[in-house]
Design a protein around this ligand. Structure first.
Ligand SMILES: [Zn+2]
Length: 230
């Protein structure tokens, strides 16, 4: 296998699968809290779109999952598992991502490490470094692909029962912004724009330039779609 897409069940990796021309996909089940909801979403989408999907059960990292759903170094583990199977590894990082293990610099360094220790040229990269989540959803819709499938994707860090997105976590907020800015109404257990943290933290942080300019522009544009002009 020459290339592989790391598939997470979220919006970005589902769109990436279309964007990259339908490559083989790998989902890594780390026994984390959201796994049941993610597996339900990816199985549904894999069946609908005949996604050539492998599910890896090789690592149990539940012990290292933080309260907020983050597993440190997760993308490095994913890349190591993928490097047994392919030389080009796609992982859907988006414009402005700057977490420790998900950024152009992090992917460059992981590629360098895997190339050295496997003694094969390994490339970990994202097709979306120049696109925001809003741009990615716009691209997907411009292809005439079904909105229903976009809404079947799953990306909540604190899921409610039956796979409902909580509307009260950073991942839900980013999902809502990307969909709202494309005129797509998505179900959430609680409305993301009424999450107290939006007003207590995000509004001042977006104004103070803590986030990249495109992130704050898309944030305020999304709030305007529900009549909020802070
Ligand atoms: Zn959530």
């Amino acid at each position: 296998m020459s290339e592989l897409l790391l598939y997470s069940a979220g919006l970005d990796s589902f769109c990436a699968w279309h964007y990259l021309g339908h490559p083989p996909a790998l989902y890594c089940d780390l026994r984390h809290r959201s796994r049941d909801h993610e597996l339900a979403a990816i199985r549904t989408l894999a069946e609908r779109h005949s996604i050539p999907l492998t599910i890896s059960n090789e690592l149990d990292l539940a012990r290292w999952e933080a309260e907020d759903g983050i597993i440190p170094l997760r993308n490095v583990y994913f890349a190591m598992l993928a490097s047994h199977r392919a030389r080009t590894i796609w992982c859907a990082g988006v414009k402005g991502d700057h977490t420790a293990d998900k950024s152009p610099h992090a992917f460059f360094e992981v590629s360098r490490m895997l190339t050295e220790f496997t003694e094969q040229p390994v490339r970990l990269d994202s097709p979306f470094w120049a696109m925001t989540k809003t741009d990615i959803v716009r691209w997907y819709l411009d292809q005439g692909l079904p909105v229903e499938d976009l809404l079947t994707t799953f990306s909540c860090l604190q899921p409610r029962s039956a796979g409902q997105h909580c509307g009260r976590c950073p991942s839900c907020l980013r999902r809502w912004i990307a969909l709202a800015n494309n005129g797509v109404e998505a179900p959430f257990a609680a409305t993301p724009w009424e999450w107290p943290r939006v007003h207590d933290y995000y509004v001042p942080a977006m104004r103070d330039g803590i986030y990249p300019e495109h992130r704050s522009r898309e944030f305020f544009t999304a709030l305007a779609t529900v009549g909020i002009h802070p």
